[in-house]
Design a protein around this ligand. Structure first.
Ligand SMILES: Cc1cc2nc3c(=O)[nH]c(=O)nc-3n(C[C@H](O)[C@H](O)[C@H](O)COP(=O)(O)OP(=O)(O)OC[C@H]3O[C@@H](n4cnc5c(N)ncnc54)[C@H](O)[C@@H]3O)c2cc1C
Length: 509
């Protein structure tokens, strides 16, 4: 009899629901779990220390603000009041615990940068010290403490298939005083995408019903990709829509168009593959947090250096190589770039300009509204050839410009100083007879010569048994298990066949 009051007291203590990169209330396992434990107090912590890091930016901060405002409305509709606090997560959570007597903290797992990893360890330490039970739940296919890549795809697929946690018996904890949104960083992105779940659902709907039909063909050009790609990346990064919601909505549309001749099949298949890549790349960072700092294959660690003048020219779109410059200026203005062009500008910095990927990767991280550490650093390393397991791919920016922007519409839009150059020489204006009259610099490097030197330097590192032994270990730990058609596979058989062959196991584009 004596225990009953204690139990009911526990049930009335607020459960702290810590929103992180999951700014929605639908498909939200943490909300469902918190609701089952007791009255819910939703909390968002703006962490000034995070916003002072070198891989984040004002455009991301402004996007976040819109997402949090939208989240507040979603919570209001459920009768919950968001408690927005500014400070370190440990300090804020401790203040709320002391004030409310909360004994439970619920959140989703986060695969972020080194700073958020350390912050989560500090929160775990605090929770243990205060007797607070912190439950972290997955919200994607990323698996914590994964023993090895075999079977990973099956686990991810099971996560996608699992029924979405229903919220039942939701009760609101008393609202707690909050802080005003802090003025930490300014938005410097003129054409940034708007944040918030409403914007995310509009994008998903228009992609699946109209914009995406030509996805496969149109995604590679920055001109057509702007419309034909889903543009969901910043939303997936902050969780205004979940990857599972996107995958399920796509699957529903796949069922709808099955057997019809409307030509959506390929688009949906490619899109689903990319949603899987998202989890695959984030899993890499989960398994090897150091890849944010160090080359996946140690042989590449100190191969390149920094050259501030070259780097500045690349960052500001003033290398004298038109398609690279147009893409960098477009990125500056919009906060987004399609996949192929991200690869090209990264490859250009790492091969032609021979710059270490760490500094150039930081610049891109800041410029992307959708910065997602797991995808970002894995891709930065892949496009720089420092993983030891991917094919060396040096993009030719002249060819890319001719292929992806044959009429020069995109290039001239972002480089109006090249307006007079004929299409055929637009990507190599230095060959045009009127080049001397252009207010545009000569290329910063000789393209053919720089690519040749880079290829030689990279392949020279690859020689030798020690390189291959380490490369095999990288493949074993990180490579996707794919069949010859490029599908993720779940069992051991294809891996056994392709085991030591990077072409079978790595990602190639
Ligand atoms: C150097 C480099 C850095 C990158 N950094 C980021 C980053 O910080 N954040 C980010 O979200 N993506 C990053 N990407 C991957 C990719 O370019 C973007 O996800 C994509 O361009 C976003 O546009 P979208 O949402 O319209 O993509 P869609 O083509 O519509 O794809 C849908 C979703 O699938 C995922 N996705 C697509 N392509 C990839 C890929 N190659 N690898 C992993 N996931 C993928 C993304 O979540 C994307 O939103 C990077 C790529 C490169 C080459």
């Amino acid at each position: 009899m004596a225990r009953a009051p204690a139990m009911s007291e526990a049930m009335t203590r607020p459960v702290l629901l810590w929103f992180k990169r999951d700014l929605r209330v639908a498909d939200h396992p943490a909300l469902a779990h918190a609701a089952a434990l007791g009255p819910v107090l939703p909390v968002y912590v703006v962490e000034p220390e995070y916003w002072a890091l070198e891989d984040v930016s004002g455009r991301q901060f402004a996007f976040l603000r819109e997402c949090v405002a939208d989240l507040r409305d979603q919570l209001d509709a459920l009768g919950l009041t968001l408690c927005l606090r500014v400070g370190s997560a440990v300090d804020v959570l401790e203040a709320l615990r002391a004030r409310t007597g909360a004994q439970h903290l619920v959140s989703h797992e986060e695969t972020g940068n080194a700073w958020t990893f350390a912050r989560d360890r500090a929160v775990a330490h605090w929770a243990r010290g205060q007797g607070v039970v912190w439950t972290e739940l997955p919200q994607s296919g990323v698996v914590r403490r994964l023993p090895g890549r075999d079977g990973w795809a099956a686990r991810r697929n099971a996560f996608l298939r699992a029924s979405v946690a229903e919220v039942s018996g939701l009760r609101a904890a008393p609202a707690q005083p909050g802080d005003a949104w802090p003025d930490l960083l300014a938005d410097d992105c003129a054409d940034r995408q708007p944040g918030g779940r409403t914007a995310a659902l509009t994008l998903l709907e228009s992609f699946l019903t109209t914009r995406g039909q030509d996805y496969r063909r149109a995604m590679s050009s920055p001109l057509t990709g702007e419309v034909a790609c889903s543009r969901l990346s910043p939303h997936l990064a902050l969780g205004t829509v979940s990857g599972r919601e996107a995958a399920r909505a796509t699957a529903a549309r796949q069922r709808e168009v099955k057997g019809t001749r409307v030509g959506w099949g390929g688009a949906f298949k490619s899109f689903q593959a990319r949603l899987a890549w998202r989890d695959h790349f984030m899993q890499k960072l989960e398994d090897a947090p150091a890849l944010e700092q160090r080359c996946l294959h140690s042989a590449y660690q100190d191969l390149r250096g920094d050259d501030p003048a070259r780097r500045a020219a690349w960052e500001t779109g003033e290398t004298g190589v038109p398609f690279v410059d147009a893409c960098m200026r477009y990125l500056e203005a919009t906060g987004w770039l399609n996949f192929r062009m991200r690869s090209m500008v990264m490859s250009f910095a790492s091969y032609h300009l021979w710059l270490d990927w760490r500094q150039t990767g930081l610049h891109l991280a800041r410029r992307f509204t959708d910065y997602e550490p797991g995808i970002h650093w894995s891709q930065v390393q892949m496009q720089s050839g420092s993983t030891g397991m991917n094919t060396v791919r040096i993009y030719n920016p002249v060819k890319q410009g001719l292929d992806q922007d044959p009429q020069g519409i995109f290039t001239r839009r972002w480089l109006p100083e090249l307006a007079a150059v004929p299409d055929i020489l637009l990507q190599e204006p230095w060959r045009w007879e009127g080049a001397a009259r252009l207010a545009y610099r000569a290329p910063i490097v000789d393209l053919a010569e720089a690519a040749r030197a880079a290829r030689q330097a990279i392949w020279a590192v690859r020689k030798g048994g020690a390189f291959r032994a380490e490369a095999a270990r990288v493949i074993e730990k990180h490579a996707s298990r794919k069949d010859p058609q490029g599908h993720f596979v779940n069992d051991r058989a294809p891996r056994a066949k392709g085991r030591a062959d990077p072409r079978q196991l790595g990602f190639e584009f």
